[in-house]
Design a protein around this ligand. Sequence first.
Ligand code: HEM
Length: 393
Amino acid sequence: MKYYSISFGFLLILVLPLILASAQNGKYERAAYHDSYEGAAQDDQDQGQGPATYDKNDDKESEPEQNDQNYEQDGDDNAPSLDTPTLLDNLASDDLLSFGYYSKSCPKAESIINKYVAKWVEEDRTLAASLLRLHFHDCAVHGCDASILLNHEGSERTAEASKSLRGFEVIDDIKAEMEKECPRTVSCADILTAASRDATVLLGGPYWDVPYGRKDGKVSVEKDAALVPMGRENITTLIEFYQSNGLNVIDLVVLSGAHTIGRATCGSLQFRLYNYAGTGRQDESLDSRYANFLKRKCRWASEYVDLDATTPQTFDNVYYKNLQAKMGLLLTDQSLYSDPRTSPIVDALADAPSEFFNHQFAVSMTRLGNILVPAAQDGGEIRTKCYSVNSNY
Ligand code: HEM
């Protein structure tokens, strides 16, 4: 860990001024285009038709790579961070959340969550990425209050924008066990937050300590689900959306790195492949060979395609190298490399060792998980079932 600390420190000296200056005035020019990714294509375990995983050479099969990420959280306070003050620091999350919140009332809470996430992910590894995404969709609307889990008519969960969200059954299962162990004590919002951390670790990503004490909101409105970016937005819209949640441009780029794992449905990107923006051609910001692969792969909108074309099973910074190589799957991913406010951050994360991204991801995930909206918290409760409020409206 000492080695990481030294190299992080060194990297920080190199990239921090660039990143902060970029975040503030967007005047930095993008570093030279990198066309040197060497990522090995691998089997994405997709049983569907068409090429399973993008291979730059497009005619070779290669071995699945080993995941060798072993980031261990060891409480090193000297580890550098790109953390910058935001609105979030003014919210009450510091007062409401604490690390020892359940230490007396439900000491087994974390181990129950951990055990059940491991069990479900062992059965279906794709659930890990889905849990991470579910947590984002929760925190992005009314803060982290489990509003996305409510399943009544007209709730966020029933919206068109939520239709590909998964992992609800994992949270319900954990909650059922939690109610046996410590009734009406551990909120669904806390369970989802910890579950997404545990899922990240199982994928080979970083560990971070989760503070607890979130309340479950009682309000969930279908149309609010559309507030969450869906992949067609421009960078200004994304930055504004993050800022409205107390997150900054660094968080935007770092958290988008969650797309190092997981899948999208082809419906989220087909508009880039044909007559993009009325041009009659595909999106020019897309590598043409990769675009051809996607055209073959995406015959149906319901088909799945890996978000990270080169190392889809590995939690690493290759997602950013893909952007440098014009191989961002979603328009919003690729736009991070076209906009001068975000492209230097992409370069910094792509060019540094993967551990640097992992560390920053833990920092930004903590900030995401700490988004609390006073109205949801003040009027909140500890649900006994995560899919419905305790009492009827
Ligand atoms: C810039 C904002 C973001 C946009 C526009 C965006 C958009 C998307 C889209 C369109 C999909 C595919 C949905 C589908 O077609 O089924 C997706 C998947 C995913 N997103 Fe994001 N996302 C964003 C931020 C995040 C964040 C902050 C996280 C987590 C910290 C995240 C984690 C994921 C994961 C893990 C998947 C794959 C889910 C699975 O395999 O089931 N995304 N995202």
